[in-house]
Design a protein around this ligand. Sequence first.
Ligand code: GTP
Ligand code: MG
Length: 679
Amino acid sequence: MPRKVNYGLDYDDDYDDNYDEYDYGYEVNENETPPQKETIKHSVWRCSICTYDNDETMSSCDICGVLHGPLLNNSIYDKKRTANIFDLKSSRVSSTVVGRDEAVKVSSMRSDSSNQSTEKGKHNRLDEINILKNIEVGPPAGSRTSDNCSASVQEGWLGHVDESSVAVNLRSSGKSSLSLMPKERNVMVDDSSSSRNGGEANSLTSNLENISFAAKSGHSNDANPGRAISRAQYKPEKWMLPEKAEQSLTQLNLAIVGHVDSGKSTLSGRLLHLLGRISQKEMHKYEKEAKLQGKGSFAYAWALDESAEERERGITMTVAVAYFDSKRYHVVVLDSPGHKDFVPNMITGATQADASILVIDASIGSFEAGMDGTKGQTREHAQLIRSFGVDQLIVAVNKMDAVDYSKERFDLIISQLGAFLRSCGFKDSSVSWIPLSAVENQNLVSAPSDFRLFWYLGPNLLDAIDSFQPPTREFSKPLIMPICDVIKSPSQGQVSACGKLEAGAVRSGSKVLVMPSATIATVRSLERDSEACPIGRAGDNIAVSLNGIDGNHVMAGGVLCHPDFPIAFAKHLELKVLVLDGATPILIGSQLEFHIHHAKEAARVARISLLLDSKTGKVVKKAPRCILAKQSAVVEVILQEAVCVEEFSKCKVLGRVFLRTLGRTVAVGIVTRIVEEQQ
Ligand code: GTP
Ligand code: MG
């Protein structure tokens, strides 16, 4: 039955994020003069196939992979660099080692162990990078480095961004990074990149626009030396695409969120029971045990709240994962904690939700407490869910029994919360409001039987779930699976990475690149819903058992990706952020918690480049000293340790961030530029 793991989760990148308050439109600031670049000569060899001018140190064409001459320097360089990353990251693993049967949850937040990264390790690493820079071999160090923020925004904050609307002005600032740069790179571009470059093809600035981490052959040398392919060139194999004849239900990852004690676990437990996922016998057991502990009203919640501490405290602390089948969907229920102390866990679970149920406690005073700007989680959860890309929402107005199923109370909640949801960017047409009672089983899977709900004529909860639009999946893109949990079995020497496949597909025998350790592993087997499965495709929540890799190199917060399409690893980032209503201002030097997919790091705000009008996205002020609540801005942050990351325009799930402090989320945002990558 339900598993207390921090995985399961999705959010869908393909949802239309086109809403006013949340616009990430982003373009080059044409008023800024590009800095003068040093001209450094270094020899190149021209690929006989695609005519790309490769740096002399490349043993194969950076674009098409055709080999050129002996491997010489590259092999030395590649070994060295892999070791670097490896050394740095191996000390960060915090995973508990367990056997298969005693599988326990492993911390999904890398920061827990991030402090273990030694200063010594860092120095060694820097020394090696310097040596590498001096001898000028290998792919570009800090290839995305820019000394000047150059973002201005053309549309409102958080509007839909497609790649064609994004133009990032990347300028190489340092001699070393420039000297390591092949003259003309234009790799890993999306379909729109050629038009983006337009007539500026000869300018170095525009040439740098489309550089991506895929150009760094060093990260994938084990699998495919020196090869870098444009994402647009990626061709999925036949088995990666679902067959039209497949009759299986579409998976829908459904995050259950809302203020503490609103009844999320009770509602989830009741649904699972009604749909046959919890047997009568099990239910009796929960009832008996809960009663014995004086917590009789939590019987259904106990199906999800499995740990002794959760049961004793009567609160959910980590995301519980369970599933049931509706008419249209294989629904993965992600029952999130509502208590403010566990918002980071809620984030871990909900980052990947396709759709969400926001549970509201209709009781007098409780709805109001949830809406409280400083203490309530209703608003925070709604904002977070929306900024994860979720735009389909059911508002389950629970505990209607406590207000006599009053229509007036229901209408009041709709009017107050509805206005807030609109301000978060939820469209009215994508939000369903269902009055119900989990405890009295009203309006869950059938029409209400209590006459006091006669006034409600809409769908029940299950029908509303079936009315969600099916999520769009990235089947045809290269593999990306952010790792949220790691399960190790030392006796069998096995390690499994758990998470949701955001893009692409895997099956046993597939080679995967495990980031940030930059190690290639082979997929041994896959599990879905605790059962072996032959193929995992985008949208699936799976456990991937890996061969050929030391378990210490697989960590929560890392990412499994396609060996030819490594994702970036960086600690210096440019973000576009929106400070939430009621949040404390962000200043230059502010120390914040930085959250990105399943990783968390301490971060310092190094620079506030631009203050933006949060409605229009226009630049209001350059270099402001602080960002106040409801303001948006372009900032640079420096993280304590590097994280796996991509620019939002390239990969939404790896480019969405949250900034928190003092137990509150203060800002949501996106990565607009990777200022400097780690090598
Ligand atoms: P957290 O996970 O800790 O945020 O709590 P939760 O939202 O999961 O709430 P939970 O399901 O643990 O329920 C909290 C309390 O609300 C329990 O005592 C439930 O019995 C009660 N409750 C849940 N649903 C209803 C309902 O429909 N009516 C009434 N009257 N009480 C309910
Ligand atoms: Mg709960």
